[in-house]
Design a protein around this ligand. Structure first.
Ligand SMILES: *Cc1c(COP(=O)(O)O)cnc(C)c1O
Length: 378
């Protein structure tokens, strides 16, 4: 009577083709808690105004028993005001992860192709496969999205192109003119999703290209998140802006109550506290420069930093100290960083920019490893 060979429900083969997302670690092999420099979280925490919202006592009638605002109205209005966008062209999500997945689900399916760069965000491959679409990974150049290669990979089956800008896990970005060139080279019926999870870490003048494209064209969706510079990863809030027909499609398939009440309130308070955002950006820019300088000093040991515009640095190990050795030594020293062999980066560690003293300790640990292993090849 049963239709499957095993006589039990069988997941679709394209679902079994998915490698589940591996989150950054926060403890060592022995379970010892580590300082977490593995998930690109904000080392300064979150805005005090947001914390006050999260900690506010919640009465029964207005609190947890009531469904949240299904349309995140106040939050969308505040985001529209901050970024000079039309609130009707904004949708909020359970993290931007939800919106990245919905973008594929709404516009691609079996037989369609979803294009993205090698060494970009692991969610794009999952988002494509879970809709039975075909992920198409395109070679990057110097750990950076290669616009010509992306355009060359577009076929008549391409429905969605992802660009993470700045990119995770490499930290690299492409300049506004390159983003424009990518968009201009795409057929008008291909959706370009510009994932700006780290957009706020760029200097303000570079933050607007995605929004401008999303405003001017019918085939651009820009996603942002409260998980990174806003320091609200635990609350799971993302948002996106694009043309009305794109937002309409996402609204049809998103969870109807996809952002919690506490999340909406905390995000709203965070939007109003741009001083915290500026402070976080300044901390990141200064500490990243200091950390890159410390890494560059290990150049004669084959260790170097990929230029980063984000809140982390991809450190390459091409000398006698191997990435895995460094990963273990940092674990011993109390630090969790990200090793990504499954993303084709076995010789690299992605290290989140943390507090000043933690970056000093990480650099010192790597320096000590180099010293232990001899004089390098200088
Ligand atoms: C962290 C990250 C996200 C966002 O995740 P949320 O679901 O909003 O927490 C999206 N894209 C990239 C490239 C990221 O690194």
């Amino acid at each position: 009577m049963t239709k499957t060979a095993t006589g039990r429900p069988e997941p679709k083969p394209y679902i079994l083709g998915i490698h589940a997302y591996v989150p950054g670690k926060s403890s060592g092999k022995d379970g010892k808690p580590l300082v977490k420099l593995s998930a690109n979280e904000n080392p300064l925490g979150s805005s005090i105004a947001a914390m006050e919202q999260l900690e506010a006592p919640r009465g029964f009638s207005t609190g947890a028993a009531a469904y949240p605002d299904p349309d995140s109205k106040e939050l969308r209005a505040a985001l529209a005001k901050l970024h000079q966008l039309d609130e009707a062209r904004i949708v909020c999500g359970t993290g931007s992860d939800e919106l990245l997945n919905l973008a594929v689900q709404a516009f691609a399916g079996a037989g369609d192709e979803v294009v993205f760069s090698r060494h970009s965000f692991a969610v794009y491959d999952i988002a494509a496969r879970r809709c039975a679409a075909t992920p198409v990974e395109v070679d990057d150049r110097d750990f950076t999205a290669d616009v010509d290669a992306l355009l060359a990979s577009v076929t008549e089956r391409t429905r969605v192109v992802f660009l993470a800008n700045p990119n995770n896990p490499t930290g690299t970005w492409i300049a506004p003119e390159e983003v424009e060139r990518l968009h201009a080279g795409l057929p008008k019926d291909v959706l370009l999703v510009i994932d700006e999870a780290y957009g706020e870490y760029l200097a303000p003048e570079f933050q607007v290209i995605g929004f401008d494209l999303a405003d001017a064209h019918d085939n651009v969706l820009v996603t942002r998140t409260f998980s990174k510079i806003y320091g609200l990863a635990a609350e799971r809030i993302g948002w996106a802006t694009g043309a009305p027909h794109i937002i309409d499609a996402l609204n049809r398939i998103r969870g109807p109550f996809n952002v919690t009440t506490s999340g909406q309130k905390a995000a709203l308070a965070s939007v109003d506290d741009q001083d915290f955002v500026r402070m976080s950006r300044e901390h990141n820019t200064a500490e990243r420069a200091r950390f890159v300088e410390a890494i560059t000093a290990l150049g004669n040991h084959g260790i170097c930093a990929v230029p980063s515009e984000a809140n982390f640095v991809l450190v390459r190990f091409e000398g006698e100290v191997q990435a895995e050795t460094a990963l273990n030594a940092l674990g011993e020293a109390g630090y969790a960083v990200r090793h990504l062999p499954s993303q084709g980066l076995p010789d690299c560690l992605r290290i989140t920019i943390g507090k000043s003293e933690d970056m000093d300790a990480v650099a010192a640990c790597l320096r000590a490893l180099c010293d232990d292993l001899g004089g390098g090849r200088a």
